[in-house]
Structures are given as C-alpha cells and as structure tokens.
Ligand binder design. Structure first.
Ligand SMILES: [Zn+2]
Length: 277
C-alpha cells in the first residue's frame, strides 16, 4: 500500500504535467469512484491547476475555480500520464484531459482508493485533515506526540491510526521502530523522551531517503511514468522475518499487531526498553 514517500513521488510526478494547464475534459468511468455521490467533476473543465499538495497519504489538486480534488491511492491506485490517443489501462476510472494533449489517468483494480471533490481548498482541509489526521510525517516533531504521555495504546497501533502522525503505514512503521530500537507493542506512554526523539528522527530520515529513491514498490506501486520505486532493497526488517538482523545478527521475528504482519528484532527492540521513570 502506498505510504507517504510513494504519494509524494506521485505528487512530484503530476505537478509539472498539471500545473498551469487548462483542463479540456474530464471523464469519470465509474460513478462510485468519485465522492460525494453524484458530484460532477466536469466543474474543473475550463479551469487550470493552481497547485498540488500532499498531507500524509492524501494528495490534493487545487484548480483555478477553487475546486479541489483529493486523491487517495488505497491499495492499488495508480495515477499515470498518457498521450490522449493511448488506450486506457485496465481499471482506469478517471481521466483528466489537458490542453497540452496529455492526460492524467487514475486506475485502481481493487478500488480501495478514490477521488473526492470539494468546492474549495478550505472545505477539503476541513473534511480530510482537521481533527482527522495528525501532522504530516515529514514535519513531525516530538512535541506533536505530547498526547502519547497519557495514552496506553501500542506504538505501532497509534502510528497506524494516523491520529498524531499522517503518512506512515506498515512498512515505514516497522522500519522506523527498528531504527529507533522500540518494540512495536510498547505502550506510547512508556517511551522515554530520548527514544521518542530518536523515533521522530528515524521517521523523517527514512521518508526522505525513500523519496530520494523513488519510494518502495512491493507489488502495485508505480510513479506517474509507470516506473517502480527502488527503496525496497533498502528495507531492513519489513518482509524479512526469520532472516538475520543486519545490526546484531539475531533472527528477526514476525508477529501480528492490529492484524498487520509486523517484523522486529527481539534483541534491538526489547519489549520493556525505554520505560519512562
Ligand atoms: Zn538486531
């Protein structure tokens, strides 16, 4: 499932294709792929894209009339560029045809992703971000996690929830917790300040490196030019249960947290390390 670095790659890919371009036509091939039901995406026809923006795993495109589209890639969503004569890839649900003759298309075989239409940037932010998800993970600071001091849930569960930090999923959470030496089941109120700081540092470093390598492709993810990312080869724990830890040589262990496959090193991430005094 695409996480922050993959969505950021998509944003960087569509920005030069979309920005300043007038929208000639919009086609919605599956009516239930656009929210709210019955919304008319043709409202953006004749307008041009002012800018693109990303928060966590959500991608926003703002058009000159103020209308804003929010894209969510879900499990298998792809936004790709194509020439107007090119045949549609299977499961293409949405097409934006631009003045340049190019098209941006979104395909999504499993349809866990989707597009939402808002009349303004403010209404998009109010519905999608405010009170729903936390700070974008690339901007995370320890102070954003102050509420953790009074919460008892496991750190992995809390990070998956997006409530304090937006953009991390199963892959980068396991990687960041391994980097910071924190067991995924550690309760957030038991993480010592120094460990919290190292988690925050690990998250941002990991995301920046992944972005610089085009993100992680395990199966479906491709960038706008339909190329896979190269960060999968850099993963230290994700998908490596049973293999040796690259830091200490100990066998990596697979457990389940919130029904998600989770990998950790029992030696580098002991369960009670970091207990707050
Ligand atoms: Zn280890």
């Amino acid at each position: 499932m695409p996480e922050l670095p993959e969505v950021e790659q998509v944003r960087r890919g569509i920005e030069p294709i979309l920005r300043g371009q007038r929208v000639v036509a919009v086609r919605l091939l599956r009516s239930d792929y656009l929210e709210p039901m019955g919304a008319d995406a043709r409202q953006i026809e004749g307008t041009y894209c002012v800018k693109t923006h990303r928060h966590g795993k959500r991608l926003f495109c703002e058009f000159s009339a103020g209308v804003t589209l929010r894209f969510h890639l879900g499990m298998s969503g792809r936004i790709y560029a194509a020439g107007s004569g090119e045949p549609l890839s299977p499961h293409t649900h949405f097409v934006i045809k631009l003045e340049s003759g190019r098209e941006l298309r979104m395909s999504d075989p499993r349809r866990f992703g989707g597009i939402a239409l808002y009349s303004s940037v403010a209404s998009a932010v109010a519905a999608e971000i405010t009170g729903k998800v936390g700070v974008d993970a690339l901007k995370l600071k320890p102070v954003d996690l102050t509420v953790w001091r009074s919460l008892k849930s496991s750190v992995k569960m809390r990070l998956l929830s997006q409530r304090e930090v937006a953009g991390l999923g199963n892959i980068y959470i396991d990687e960041a917790l391994w980097q910071a030496g924190i067991h995924p089941l550690t309760h957030v109120n038991r993480i010592a300040p120094a460990q919290l700081a190292s988690l925050v540092g690990a998250v941002k470093k990991l995301l920046r490196r992944s972005i610089s390598m085009g993100g992680t492709t395990l199966r479906d993810y491709r960038n706008v030019q339909r190329q896979p990312g190269r960060f999968a080869q850099m993963l230290q724990v994700y998908g490596r249960a049973g293999e040796p830890c690259r830091r200490c040589g100990c066998e990596l262990k697979g457990i389940r947290v919130c029904a998600r496959a989770t990998v950790l090193c029992p030696q580098c991430q002991p369960k009670h390390k970091g207990r707050q005094s």
